[in-house]
Design a protein. Structure first.
Length: 232
């Protein structure tokens, strides 16, 4: 059991730090993945960004995903073809359902990202971070969308997930780092002592703080370099 998301992120960062990672970029799945990813990015000294995924529900059954939209420029649409066929949805039906979810995706992008441009992951090691993966559905969508953006490697990093989900994600990603794989998996909250729901404001504050810390760290490194040059 983890004390909170921050502790889980610290432990994930230690494990990821043992790997030989080429140009890592940390991508958080909001909301719950953000505090975890902040600590991972700190541990790796890596840039942090968000990967916003919006589920597109089936007609009359919004919990069943026929597709998902992944934020990007342009956004990626990943279809769940089995569900599309089961509901006999044609292109017009799909377009209507997808268009209905775009406003919320745009709202979240504007709220969470502000004026920050998304990071390019081409040629990098993209590390997708969440606070856990119960079914792995959102994570799978994220992986498939990222494949289209030409990363060198995709790593899934989660504190806790059932073994069967880890196995499924391992078939999609290049590597999976999971700290705990309990045989009897219950809801994610059971694996944390403190597991509060996060607000949009907390996500924004965490991302702002991470960006400020990274900027301050770069400036500090530059000052050290200048002093070293002066001593030579």
């Amino acid at each position: 059991m983890f004390r909170n998301r921050e502790e889980a992120g610290e432990k994930l960062g230690i494990e990821l730090g043992k790997l030989q990672l080429h140009q890592p970029v940390v991508l958080a799945l909001p909301r719950g993945g953000v505090p975890v990813a902040v600590e991972v990015a700190k541990a790796l000294g890596a840039p942090l960004d968000l990967l916003i995924v919006r589920k597109v529900g089936a007609p009359g059954n919004p919990e069943l995903a026929v597709a998902a939209i992944v934020d990007g420029d342009p956004p990626d649409v990943v279809l769940n073809r089995e569900i599309v066929e089961a509901y006999s949805l044609d292109d017009a039906d799909l377009a209507s359902l997808i268009d209905g979810e775009r406003p919320e995706l745009e709202r979240r992008r504007s709220a969470y990202r502000g004026n920050r441009e998304p990071l390019s992951i081409a040629g990098t090691t993209a590390i997708i971070v969440d606070d856990g993966a119960a079914t792995g559905t959102t994570m799978k969508v994220a992986i498939r969308a990222l494949r289209r953006r030409s990363p060198r490697e995709i790593i899934v990093a989660v504190p806790v997930s059932p073994p069967e989900t880890v196995a499924e994600l391992a078939r999609e990603a290049d590597r999976v780092v999971c700290l705990s794989q309990p045989g009897r998996f219950r809801a994610l909250g059971y694996h944390y002592q403190s597991f509060p729901q996060l607000s949009d404001g907390e996500v924004i504050a965490a991302m702002d703080e991470a960006a400020h810390s990274r900027k301050a760290g770069r400036h500090g490194n530059q000052k050290v370099t200048h002093k070293q040059r002066g001593l030579r």
